[in-house]
Design a protein around this ligand. Structure first.
Ligand SMILES: NC(=O)c1ccc[n+]([C@@H]2O[C@H](COP(=O)([O-])OP(=O)(O)OC[C@H]3O[C@@H](n4cnc5c(N)ncnc54)[C@H](OP(=O)(O)O)[C@@H]3O)[C@@H](O)[C@H]2O)c1
Length: 327
């Protein structure tokens, strides 16, 4: 597996592993299988695991800790704070204060059973807390060795620049994929300009771009996706065409739609490290193999042109969820 460098010196596998779905949001969990996926990821050279304190809370960090305790290879752990949830509840609030960053960081370190978090993201910025205050809290944690690098999720260009002026930001993590390209307007150019890495989350469009989910009913009972506007029955009637086109182009390239989607992201910049999420060995192996698929400029342009002709119906979050993005 090739490596890429986020910021000035966080070198990780070119494709990471999103661990969220191993705990909740995308159907039932299976810890034994998830532990096998984590072990196989390391065998495949994937050394960058993405989690957050609010996934499961706090099942996902605990699952990773269970894996790390039996593991000798160094794995880079990225976790996040700022979305406050009680176990068993979906109700959430935002807290990106420096004070809360410390509390949350200490909780994550304890649950993960590690002494330092490699990359610590602000999961959502609370607009009522100036980003300078958040960053100052995080800088203290860097000085104490509790975190090595700072990241920000779903931030606006202005917030990113203000944060980076306080302390170098190593990575921005925001949704980015063939059907969600908003970051190309300002965030990606700013990351390039300032030497910041970019970590696309939901790089497979929460699985939709693989062609696996054709209609709303394909998401099981309680699956978080079934309530998202893009996956309403009506939206999927139109959006389905996007997955079909990706499938057709992938077939011409002799790869799978998931691999084409990941190879496209990798082709968009050498500071980009997608983190496809899966709890299944088969998908993990398929996704890891995408790191060696290269798109020519011509293939990249044809793919983009084919998708650009198709409308995307529905926002990526509910109105409440949209309040937390581009903050
Ligand atoms: N910062 C944030 O706000 C934020 C938000 C969302 C996610 N994230 C992070 O980003 C990671 C990735 O995003 P995501 O999990 O939302 O979306 P994703 O990676 O776009 O898609 C995950 C879904 O695709 C399925 N899948 C994976 N590989 C596949 C393949 N090769 N063929 C068919 N289906 C495949 C998975 O199935 P199975 O579940 O059945 O394996 C899962 O349902 C998360 O795990 C999380 O760590 C961050």
């Amino acid at each position: 597996m090739q490596t890429r460098t986020l910021g000035s010196n966080l070198t990780v596998s070119a494709i990471g592993l999103g661990c969220m779905g191993m705990s909740e949001f995308y159907g039932p969990r299976d810890d034994s299988e998830s532990l096998r996926v984590l072990a196989r990821a390391v065998e495949l050279g994937i050394d960058f695991f993405d989690t957050a304190d609010m996934y499961g809370p706090h099942h996902n960090e605990e699952l990773i800790s269970c894996f790390l305790s039996s593991q000798k290879t160094k794995v880079r752990i990225a976790t996040k704070f700022g979305i406050v949830r009680n176990p068993g509840e979906y109700q959430r609030s935002l807290d990106s204060s420096g004070h809360y960053a410390r509390l949350a960081c200490e909780g994550s370190l304890r649950r993960l059973g590690i002494e330092q978090i490699d990359l610590y993201y602000v999961h959502r910025v609370n607009p009522e807390t100036p980003i300078e205050e958040t960053m100052e809290g995080l800088v203290q944690l860097v000085k104490e060795g509790k975190i090595a690098h700072i990241g920000l999720c779903e931030v606006s260009d202005e917030t990113l620049r203000r944060a980076h002026a306080v302390h170098p930001v190593t990575a921005v993590q925001t949704e980015y994929s063939l059907w969600t390209r908003d970051v190309e307007r300002t965030i990606l150019p700013t990351c390039k300009e300032l030497g910041i890495g970019f970590v696309p989350y939901s790089p497979l469009g929460r699985g939709f771009l693989t062609g696996r989910f054709q209609e709303n009913a394909d998401f099981g009972e309680g699956d978080f996706r079934s309530n998202l506007p893009r996956f309403s029955e009506q939206a999927m009637d139109t959006n389905r065409r996007i997955a079909e086109v990706i499938g057709d182009i992938a077939a011409l390239k002799s790869c799978t739609p998931a691999q084409l989607s990941l190879a496209w992201l990798l082709s968009k910049g050498d500071n980009i490290v997608p983190i496809p999420g899966t709890k299944r060995l088969r998908y993990l192996e398929e996704n890891a193999a995408a790191a060696s698929i290269k798109l020519t400029t011509d293939e990249q342009q044809k793919l983009e042109a084919a998708i650009a002709r198709l409308p995307v119906i529905g926002e990526r979050y509910t109105p409440e969820g949209m309040k937390g993005v581009n903050a």
